[in-house]
Design a protein around this ligand. Sequence first.
Ligand SMILES: NC(=O)c1ccc[n+]([C@@H]2O[C@H](COP(=O)([O-])OP(=O)(O)OC[C@H]3O[C@@H](n4cnc5c(N)ncnc54)[C@H](OP(=O)(O)O)[C@@H]3O)[C@@H](O)[C@H]2O)c1
Length: 251
Amino acid sequence: MNNPTNIKDSVVLITGANRGIGKAYVEEFVKAGAKKIYLGVRNLDSVADMVAANLDTLIPLKFDVTNAADIKNAAKEAGDVDILINNAGILFFDDLSSADAVDNARKQIEVNYIAPLAITQAFAPILKNNGGGILITLSSIVGHVSMPAITTYCASKYAVQSLILNARAQLAAQGTRVIGVYPGPIETDMAADLDMDKAPPSQVAQETIKAIENGEEDVFTDDFSKATYQAFRADPKAVEAQMLEAAQQAA
Ligand SMILES: NC(=O)c1ccc[n+]([C@@H]2O[C@H](COP(=O)([O-])OP(=O)(O)OC[C@H]3O[C@@H](n4cnc5c(N)ncnc54)[C@H](OP(=O)(O)O)[C@@H]3O)[C@@H](O)[C@H]2O)c1
């Protein structure tokens, strides 16, 4: 990829491409003129209709992000990728009093942190071979600011923030742009039980594409995410006080 802001002619791989934000990425990258898009999915049937409607562009790839053989196979099959999107993720609701908090933490660290770490390792040489490219990883506003109702999920996204920063520093020399995406509540299955205003998944994809085109690295995709991050930057202790209030209300 000689011009890293040019989405037309790019080859994209999206994990968790069958629904939610991943599916929105597929739709928006098609609209933006991507040449080829690999849809990383656990169940190939889940994208059969999408692929049939865009046979020239979309390529389904069996890709459980926790499966080492699938990662190896994806790197073999998709050696022409120049935009990689680590999107697949899981969320459990819990707090420190939850009996399943430790189990939840292990599962979320596996899918939300260890998988993007392993995929980043596998694809870094591919991005390098293809001129540097772009590595995009889905964190969350709760990768910066903790929320009591999703205690162990937040920790997995803090780990993702460390991955994003390390990748940005370590892959700069090979010309890879590293973009972190920090949505607030988004209207997908993951947030179905969250009683908050939610932005559409298409907005996450559109804001990411704008960031690619404008050369930005940190994508706060919606009003909630932007306002929360600004409040955190202005006064981190005030945001902690809000958490305390939320925990007291929940008790
Ligand atoms: N929704 C929000 O409010 C929100 C806010 C901030 C950040 N995010 C982040 O945005 C990303 C996408 O979330 P979403 O809202 O679109 O979630 P979603 O609607 O629940 O979809 C999750 C996607 O991840 C896939 N996935 C889960 N485990 C996988 C695995 N082991 N291997 C491969 N794919 C797997 C799912 O595939 P299956 O269909 O096979 O399960 C599905 O495609 C996640 O990283 C999430 O943490 C979401």
